[in-house]
Design a protein around this ligand. Structure first.
Ligand code: ADP
Length: 203
């Protein structure tokens, strides 16, 4: 059985050549700062137009935290953008919100797989303006995606985390090694890059 590869790169998610790029959107779906702003800027007005249509047809009150929905990717080198709404970090409601963050990853993978995506790129959802501490965001993100691979997203070839800046990359790399995901790479699975240095990739 093929195991979906989980890879890490440091870079800009708007430059990734993957089938689906995940956006850390806000519940309005009408654009924001951070990764959301970058995706709309690079992708052009088609994405916002699709988002407006979704708001009008399905999400009058906005997309709730933990959910995911897809649009076209406009001018991005991807086929789809999967918009997911991460929770704002709040210590008093940690358990509920951590579950919402995990749900962002599960739902985004489900939506991407239903579209027929084989490769998906994620940013560190909630780890920017929404204030989730990087180490914990990495633990939830990688743990959830690793667990989801035995479920309905089996057909995905690669789930790539695109980390913006060295600190985010290091936090994810630590957790990636702790989960043994680096070992999977070297256990004789067919690798497009002999030497398996993909995790060191910087762009
Ligand atoms: P949130 O509101 O969910 O916290 P942000 O966009 O503020 O979303 O931040 C989420 C993560 O995305 C942060 O780690 C931030 O540094 C990162 N980020 C910002 N721009 C980009 C980009 N172009 N590509 C990848 N990651 C990015």
């Amino acid at each position: 059985m093929t195991v979906t590869r989980i890879t890490l790169v440091e870079g800009d998610i708007t430059e990734q050549q993957v089938d689906a790029v995940v956006n850390a959107a806000n519940s309005s779906l009408l654009g924001g700062g951070g990764v959301d702003g970058a995706i709309h800027r690079k992708g052009g007005p088609q994405i916002l137009e699709d988002c407006r249509r979704l708001r009008a047809s399905h999400y009058g009150k906005g997309l709730p935290a933990g959910r995911a929905v897809a649009t076209t990717a406009g001018r991005l080198p991807a086929r789809w953008v999967v918009h997911t709404v991460g929770p704002v970090h709040l210590v008093e409601e940690y358990d509920k919100r951590a579950e919402q963050l995990a749900s962002c990853y599960r739902e985004s993978l489900r939506v991407a797989a239903e579209l027929g995506a084989r490769t998906v790129a994620f940013p560190a959802v909630s780890a920017g303006v929404y204030g989730w501490p990087l180490e914990d965001a990495a633990r939830i993100a990688l743990g959830t995606v690793a667990a989801a691979r035995s479920g309905p997203v089996r057909e995905l070839e690669e789930v790539r985390f695109v980390l913006f800046g060295a600190a985010a990359y290091r936090a994810f790399e630590r957790e990636w090694r702790a989960l043994g995901l680096d070992e999977e790479r070297s256990q004789g699975q067919e690798s497009e890059e002999p030497g398996g240095q993909e995790q060191e990739g910087r762009s």
